[in-house]
Write a protein that binds this ligand. Structure first.
Ligand code: PLP
Length: 370
């Protein structure tokens, strides 16, 4: 299949890091324009005129002392990805994928989405002047549907899950030659998402935290950061030490948590009957399963599942403790910390980064399912 390797696995963009290591340094980057394009030497767009920009990336890393004391750890930062242009960190990935598609001369783009990726693709497609076809489950939150419509995207509603939507997209890709933007089925979205790894290093003054807690759906965020750390080591920015990487999923859809608990290394079985109001986590299976498991294993991390009503409770705690209106997925990361401490995976003196991957505003009207 186009966009995957011969054996059907994700492709990665690789760079001649030795060639740029001299000029691509933390000092050189420090004075650049705020936004993810500040890392352009390690991004897959060669032509600056193809860099589509809506103000993505360089989101604040917010010190959250009251959250830290509530959780009983020494320090908590929240990386607030809700402040991206369409209110979720999907903007990073789709910014890169659409820019690269533009550079490659694509005319029509397509993807299945649980919601936020569709908004982001529609926005960047509009900015680039490219047609975007999005196939989403019919119970996708209303604000997201209206947003995609406002960007002029061609939106198809389907009574099913994101995996069913993917089949419709594949048909269009085969029939009409649409550029497939499906998660990890092209190598560019992960490149956009990896910039969070570079940003953490820069925003923490040239170091990384002890632990990173990440709400994992398709896995590009986690896989991207893991790739960024590898590149940063090759560039001489960091040593071989890594933060512990933690995956959080919803109790109603936790294929990676189940695979991790079973000691799987190569793959995660598809989750049947996925339910959660955290639409970004309603992903029953991913082609990046083995890469997620590898990052968890190599980092000394782990994976836990959180029920919807517990996410909602932690959305309120984050709100009152910090002034951030978190997405349920962001709430899930805080909810995971006490569980991970109980398992002995996070200790009281850890410095922890929680990823609030989206704005709570995109979920207004959605209720916890379990
Ligand atoms: C897509 C999404 C996720 C999951 O991200 P992956 O990188 O696909 O694992 C988490 N939270 C939100 C808000 C999302 O939109």
């Amino acid at each position: 299949m186009i966009g995957l390797s011969a054996v059907g696995k994700p492709l990665f963009a690789r760079y001649d890091l030795d060639a740029v290591a001299d000029r691509f340094t933390p000092d050189a980057v420090a004075g650049r324009e705020a936004g993810l394009w500040r890392y352009e030497e390690v991004l897959p767009v060669r032509n600056r005129s193809a860099q589509v920009k809506l103000g993505e990336g360089w989101t604040p890393l917010i010190d959250a002392p009251r959250c830290a004391s509530r959780l009983g750890v020494s320090r908590v930062w929240i990386k607030d990805e809700g402040q991206n242009p369409t209110g979720s960190f999907k903007d990073r990935g789709l910014c890169l994928a659409v820019s690269r598609a533009l550079e490659l001369g694509a005319k029509e783009l397509a993807l299945p989405s649980a919601g936020n990726a569709g908004s982001a693709a529609a926005a960047y497609g509009a900015a680039a002047g490219l047609r975007v076809h999005v196939v989403v489950p019919s119970d996708t939150p209303r604000p997201i549907l209206e947003e995609m419509a406002a960007f002029g995207a061609d939106v198809e509603l389907l009574n099913g899950l994101i995996s069913d939507c993917g089949k419709v997209v594949r048909k269009g890709v085969e029939q009409y030659g649409w550029f497939d933007l499906s998660t990890l089925k092209e190598p560019y979205r992960v490149e956009g998402k990896k910039t969070t790894g570079y940003e953490l290093h820069e925003q923490l003054g040239g170091r990384l935290p002890d632990s990173i807690v990440y709400p994992t759906g398709g896995g590009t965020g986690l896989i991207g950061m893991w790739k960024a750390f590898d590149e940063m080591e090759r560039l001489g920015w960091i040593g071989s030490e890594r933060p512990k990487m933690f995956t959080v999923q919803a109790s109603g859809c936790a294929p990676m948590v189940r695979a991790w608990a079973a000691g799987e290394e190569e793959s995660a079985e598809m989750w049947q009957g996925a339910t959660t109001y955290a639409s970004g986590l309603r992903v029953p299976g991913t082609v990046g399963d083995f890469l997620i498991l590898r990052a968890l294993r190599e980092s000394g991390g782990g994976a836990v599942a959180v029920a919807d009503h517990v996410m909602a409770e932690w959305v309120r705690h984050i709100g009152t403790d910090t002034g951030i209106f978190a997405a349920p997925e962001g709430g899930a990361t805080a909810a995971a910390v006490p569980m991970l401490m109980e398992m002995g995976l996070i200790s009281t003196d850890d410095e922890v980064v929680l990823f609030n991957t989206g704005s709570g505003l995109k979920y207004v009207g959605m209720e916890p399912i379990d």
